[in-house]
Design a protein around this ligand. Sequence first.
Ligand SMILES: Nc1ncnc2c1ncn2[C@@H]1O[C@H](COP(=O)(O)OP(=O)(O)OP(=O)(O)O)[C@@H](O)[C@H]1O
Ligand code: SF4
Ligand SMILES: [Mg+2]
Length: 320
Amino acid sequence: MKLLEIKDLNVSYGKESFFGTRKSVIKAVEDVNLEMEEGETFSLVGESGCGKSTLGRAILKLLKSDSGSIFFKGNEILDLKEKEFLPLRKQIQIVFQDPYSSLNPRRNIKDILTEGLFIHENYTDEQAEKEAAEILEKVGLAPDILSRYPHEFSGGQRQRIAIARALILKPEFILFDEAVSALDVSNQAQVLLLLQKLKADFGLSYLFISHDLGIVKSISDKIAVMYLGKIVEIGTKTQIAEKPSHPYTKALFGAIFEVENRKVRKTPLQGEVPSILRKPNGCHFHTRCPIAKEICSEKTPEWKDLGEGHKSYCHFPDGK
Ligand SMILES: Nc1ncnc2c1ncn2[C@@H]1O[C@H](COP(=O)(O)OP(=O)(O)OP(=O)(O)O)[C@@H](O)[C@H]1O
Ligand code: SF4
Ligand SMILES: [Mg+2]
């Protein structure tokens, strides 16, 4: 069953000019379409500033979308008023990158974990504490830490607390925004193993935002690649990581590039990412694309169906 369906979504920020007179608009998410099935781990990848977090926050309604639709289990959530959204909000949780700033330093672990329970349900103190102790065990922490404070814990432990805080509401869907990026390699590996276990134990679905392609390759079922606010390619892990079609995905994943029948192995990406305020016309990638042709700077590519759910937004999806 479809868990999430996003249609033609646009999200922008207004940017004041230096003198505060003119407002320029940053189109951070542009015409995004994607579908996610229940039980999937779906990853969003792309260079810094391409709109991954903006898209994530729009799904959680932490940001207002300009246009488009977001269906969660068939319900169009953008139309819902805050009160109507609250029961669904419980089913959609988020874990952020920085375990140092995402936990309130003045609140003890019990208060951090149980706050959401009191917002969403009528819990007694005793029931909430019991739930908190149980959920700590699920994330590999001792239940006797409830009266302690975030500063007493390491980065890896804090991220487990943040995961417990999301999990205690029994969500169906968790969005991880660079959730393991701040951790060292061994903590990363442990937390990723924990996430796999929790997913199986609780029947969860994950949206995983990351720029670490190694991690994304290891944990994802499906991957969407973003560039300057748009999705450029979407497919299964194998389609994207091993048989990418879009020149940007090929560059990102370091695949062999064929230019005029010569095989070029090194990453062919040239130049800087253009400013999001001045996105190139047509295909936004044409200023860096090694196979760009005239049409690319004139016409925005529609998606091309490459079969079995694999889609590429390129005028030349077969690379020629
Ligand atoms: N609050 C804001 N106000 C104005 N512009 C913003 C705001 N937040 C993000 N942006 C801009 O929107 C664009 C997309 O940002 P976003 O944070 O979604 O990218 P990202 O892919 O998550 O990047 P990163 O990998 O660095 O986290 C960027 O150009 C960014 O500068
Ligand atoms: S549409 Fe053109 S510029 Fe864009 S990725 Fe495809 S070939 Fe390159
Ligand atoms: Mg981000």
